[in-house]
Design a protein around this ligand. Structure first.
Ligand SMILES: *[C@@H]1O[C@H](CO)[C@@H](O)[C@H](O)[C@H]1NC(C)=O
Ligand SMILES: CC(=O)N[C@H]1CO[C@H](CO)[C@@H](O)[C@@H]1O
Length: 499
């Protein structure tokens, strides 16, 4: 069990994955104590984290004390089950948080070396709301440097490995979160998404991730936070192993914002208008969609048609081909308040001097830079990629037309099925060769639509497959309802190492 010389080549025995605590009844003779649940999760993290490197800072001692408080509360009989359900819907449930969010006593470096010694003295709003709902934080999880890349690796915490194959990526930027959930080290988690940072890791690790409608869940308390137009594109949201947890999590995380949604509305799936698009129409910047991902999507279509008696309509929305260009242009456009978006090199400098990317590149070749290669490359290219004002305006217009087109198509009762990503979890470093594959998720950030990534079993190589379910604005209840339905039909999360 000495972690020091462990060569992280083979995953450990995953078969001892812990059952979710809320699945076992909290009362009666078979009751499970909160302390036992938290202990089991801590044990699990200790066992597998040396391989996956997903939890980057823990608070096990505090978590155990909090679990004892929960047990005491229950033994004192504070109220009946309904009361507790209402007041503390996540009482005693362990959870984890992407490191970029503030969690009291934990770092919030976002993988930036210059921030490595920061320790939070407060909680992000969503974290505090989950705590108030009774959930117990176990620690914080890895992300990409400044949350701007889809491989979770940085110079503060190193690289996180995929639990289905340690040689592969977990995605980013909420990659540690996707990974801990899949590895059964945590059962619910907090992520954020400006280009797919919840949905990509959820896809690569075979768990559920929901990007809510823009403006429903507060983004406060994360670093870096969005400014200017990007405020409308960044979404904080839930990630979890079981689809049934998405809705209560969203309810808690949204707080008063939940009133904008219709989460209590009953969804009649057989009355939904289903649309399906199998690829973006052939963008040259993006990998073609993998055959197995296509097959999985077709199976979903067949299943819905057979079971619900619906007709899934194939659509080809031409503007989707320009997803990457539209996202980039809209991300760097001026806000309605005239505020410019922040340059990445300034963020890298963390309020000090902006980082000079060519100098960092030179240092990187000598192994002396404190930044990751993708971050340096992003710094180098952000100036080069600056479009002419006319080209920018054209793309922003195109994005606005696409938003109208999507909203008209989906209305208040439509769902679109779309691949979560063109390929299954690639090997480490692959994203450098195909940097724009995130366009499959990113386009929905600038469109402001709610999207749930749902796992769909494993590929022949044993890697998670999945699909994005997209609804019109404020119709999150539709995507969440379909997520639960697909989980029943296709099995949802599959414990890694069991196949
Ligand atoms: C990160 O932690 C530092 C130290 O407590 C704090 O000053 C800062 O506000 C935190 N960042 C966010 C976004 O909460
Ligand atoms: C592989 C790796 O670098 N792991 C590090 C993750 O972060 C923790 C906490 O800072 C370190 O102790 C590990 O060495």
């Amino acid at each position: 069990q000495s972690g020091r010389h462990m060569t992280a080549s083979r995953p450990p025995d995953w078969s001892k994955a812990v059952k979710p605590p809320h699945k076992s009844r909290p009362w009666g003779p078979e009751a499970v104590k909160c302390i036992d649940v938290i202990q089991a999760y801590i044990q699990r993290i200790k066992e597998v984290n040396p391989f996956i490197n997903a939890v980057v800072k823990d608070r096990f001692e505090e978590a155990l004390q909090e679990a004892q408080q929960v047990d005491r509360l229950l033994s004192e009989g504070v109220g009946d089950e309904d009361f507790l359900q209402e007041k503390f819907p996540f009482l005693g449930v362990p959870f984890t948080v992407k490191e970029a969010f503030a969690l009291h006593g934990m770092p919030n470096s976002s993988g930036l070396v210059s921030r490595r010694n920061l320790i939070c003295t407060s909680d992000a709003i969503v974290v505090s709301r989950l705590k108030q709902a009774g959930a117990i934080p176990l620690g914080v999880t890895n992300c990409s440097e400044l949350c701007m890349w889809y491989e979770s690796s940085n110079k503060v915490y190193g690289r996180t490995n995929n639990p289905y194959d340690l040689q592969r990526i977990v995605g980013g930027s909420s990659g540690g979160e996707g990974c801990v959930l899949a590895a059964a080290c945590s059962v619910i988690g907090v992520g954020s998404d400006i280009g797919g940072s919840i949905r990509m890791p959820a896809f690569f690790n075979g768990v559920f991730g929901h990007k809510p409608t823009t403006g429903v869940v507060p983004n406060d308390g994360q670093f870096p936070n969005a400014r200017g137009v990007r405020i409308d594109f960044l979404c904080t949201g839930p990630m979890c192993r079981y689809a049934e947890d998405l809705k209560p999590m969203l309810r808690v995380m949204a707080g008063p914002g939940v009133e904008k949604l219709k989460l209590d509305e009953k969804v009649a799936l057989e009355k939904i208008k289903f649309y399906c698009m199998e690829h973006d129409g052939g963008s040259v910047f993006v990998s073609p969609v993998d055959k197995e991902i296509l097959q999985a999507q077709r199976k979903v279509v067949e299943y819905l048609e057979a079971q619900l008696g619906v007709q899934v309509q194939h659509v080809s929305i031409r503007r989707m081909k320009y997803s990457f260009q539209i996202w980039s242009a809209m991300m760097s456009s001026k806000g309605s308040d005239g505020q410019e978006t922040q340059m990445f090199i300034d963020l890298l400098g963390d309020h000090g001097k902006p980082v000079w990317p060519s100098w960092e590149l030179l240092k990187w070749f000598l192994g002396m830079s404190s930044h990751t290669f993708p971050a340096i490359a992003l710094g180098l290219t952000e100036k080069l990629m600056k479009l002419s004002p006319a080209a920018m305006a054209k793309l922003v217009n195109m994005g606005q037309s696409l938003r109208t087109e999507m909203e008209d198509l989906l209305g208040a009762n439509g769902l679109l099925l779309y691949p979560s990503h063109p390929i299954v979890a690639p090997k480490h470093h692959f994203p450098l060769g195909m940097p724009f594959n995130f366009a499959y998720t990113a386009i929905f950030n600038v469109l402001g639509l709610p999207v749930t990534q749902c796992p769909l079993g494993l590929s022949t190589e044993g890697l998670p497959l999945g699909i994005q379910v997209v609804a019109g604005p404020f119709n999150d209840h539709l995507t969440l309802a379909l997520a639960q339905y697909l989980e029943k039909a296709f099995g949802g999360w599959v414990c890694p190492g069991k196949t």
